[in-house]
Ligand binder design. Structure first.
Ligand code: KG4
Ligand code: ZN
Length: 344
């Protein structure tokens, strides 16, 4: 099986990559629209779509060049078909479907969260670690999702826990914003939290006092708002609040991951999605894994946030299973992960 092109354009990152089953990742490029949206404090969907139109083809050319490839070398074109912003998705889908049509190769519509979930497979396993294979539990934490997924086979996904309100990344972003930090708030908040005192502010660990695997983060944001309003609002206090908030989110996520592992009996945990780039979350879960006998798998930092590599990889796996998409330009802004076909 030859190289598979992957295109990601579901939100504010244009990602293009080429993956080949027997050779691994051949090339990848990413263009982030952060600067474009920062001015507005969040993603403006129409601007996102237009920027994908501007950037996708040049990025595609650069990626092929980086891999020493011609378009005619491609065996298939995979693209993010959802969930995401409809206009942004349509840009990637139209380019991918047209290119596949012109090359007379299959197109493969990929679920964005499946991309995140499989992303650790882009990495060499750590020394002494088995390569990632199902069954495993995946914690997928991004700007739009906070999911605990039971992966019994590739393509066979059970949602074990979901957020009742804000996603973890959204909670980071909103909390950062209310303390005046720039968009996207997650990385900015995590950065100032590094100098904060973890004991200065103690916020609650929502929904950990009752059984179940669902999350709720919007109350935490309100707790931070009150703490911030009632404080002296210095940089020192901001760092302390940021640290207290980060501790609360990380510990809540870690508690639920351990519960999900206990519930399923699985011994492997994948952590992925933008918040999976959070260093404290990675460290706390890796430590818990060593202590409690489960193996943790993380993509490299650049592949936690949106990227084309995870889409090319998922496409390559689906292609090998003969699962390709028809001639239509298919996008699904809302798409239940549990409805995907199983990979035999
Ligand atoms: O997966 P992603 O790139 O896009 C979505 O599919 O949503 O995730 C972006 C989210 C944003 O909310 C961002 O603030 C958060 O991930 N994020 C972080 C960190 N890096 C990115 N949150 C906490 N700590 C980080 N280091
Ligand atoms: Zn994402």
């Amino acid at each position: 099986m030859g190289p598979v092109l992957g295109i990601e354009s579901s939100c504010d990152e244009t990602g293009v990559a080429v993956y080949q089953a027997d050779k691994g990742l051949l090339a990848h490029r990413l263009y982030s629209q952060i600067k474009l949206h920062a001015l507005y404090g969040g993603v403006v969907p129409e601007l996102a779509s237009r920027d994908h139109v501007r950037k996708l083809l040049p990025l595609l050319r650069q990626t092929l060049e980086e891999g020493g490839l011609k378009v005619s070398d491609l065996s298939a074109v995979a693209y993010t078909a959802g969930p995401g912003l409809i206009g942004a998705l349509l840009v990637g889908a139209s380019v991918a479907r047209s290119l596949a049509w012109a090359l007379e190769v299959p197109a493969i519509a990929i679920h964005h969260m499946e991309g995140h979930l499989l992303a650790p497979m882009l990495e060499e396993p750590a020394p002494g670690t088995e390569p990632l294979a199902p069954p495993f539990v995946a914690l997928l934490v991004s700007g739009g999702h906070s999911l605990l997924v039971g992966v019994d086979k590739i393509g066979s996904y059970t949602i074990l826990g979901d957020t009742l309100d804000d996603a973890a990344g959204e909670a980071f972003d909103k909390t950062a914003k209310l303390m005046g930090l720039p968009y996207p708030g997650g990385p900015a908040l995590a950065k100032i939290a590094e100098t904060g005192d973890p004991k200065a502010f103690k916020f609650s660990r929502p929904m950990t006092d009752r059984p179940g695997l669902d999350f709720s983060f919007s109350g935490l944001k309100t707790q931070v708002l009150l703490a911030w309003r009632n404080s002296n609002q210095t940089d020192f206090t901001k760092a302390n609040i940021a640290r207290g908030f980060e501790e609360a989110i990380v510990e809540t996520l870690a508690i639920k991951c351990r519960r999900a592992l206990a519930q399923t009996g699985y011994k492997r945990l994948v952590v992925s999605g933008g918040v999976g780039a959070n260093k404290r979350l990675r460290a706390q879960l890796a430590e818990a894994g060593q202590r409690e006998g489960f193996q943790t798998y993380f993509p490299r930092l650049a592949f936690c946030t949106d990227n084309g590599a995870m889409i090319a990889l998922a496409g390559s796996i689906r292609l090998a299973a003969g699962q390709t998409t028809g001639p239509e330009i298919l996008v699904q802004p809302r798409w239940d992960l549990q409805t995907l076909p199983e990979v035999a």
